[in-house]
Design a protein around this ligand. Structure first.
Ligand code: FES
Length: 103
């Protein structure tokens, strides 16, 4: 089931500027790609770097530290040294708020 938790406002989010939020004790990156919201783990699995501080290009985000690339829409690791796919989260816009489904 889970509950929807407000983590920010859509006004904080731009196509080229994702949002980093903390849900429970997990850092989550929220992106808007082609008008749709996506949420993925924000900490790169390789070493500690926030992917929201990396480079967004289309549906991909590249880690600023060593260049691992992930698909924002699926969490899939497309280029090493990412090491593994990212966890994805359900995210929605609700009356100007950005909400994440917390299990
Ligand atoms: S920390 Fe992200 S690629 Fe190394």
């Amino acid at each position: 089931m889970g509950t929807w938790q407000k983590v920010g406002s859509v006004d904080d989010l731009a196509d080229d500027a994702p949002l980093s939020v903390v849900v429970g004790d997990v850092e989550v990156g929220i992106y808007r790609v082609n008008g749709k919201l996506y949420a993925i783990e924000d900490v790169c699995p390789h070493q500690y770097a926030l992917l929201t501080q990396g480079f967004v290009e289309g549906v991909n985000v590249e880690c600023a530290l060593h260049g691992a690339v992930f698909d924002i829409t699926t969490g899939k690791c497309l280029k090493e040294p990412g090491g593994r796919d990212l966890r994805t989260y359900e995210v929605r816009e609700n009356g100007g708020d950005v909400e994440i489904l917390v299990e």
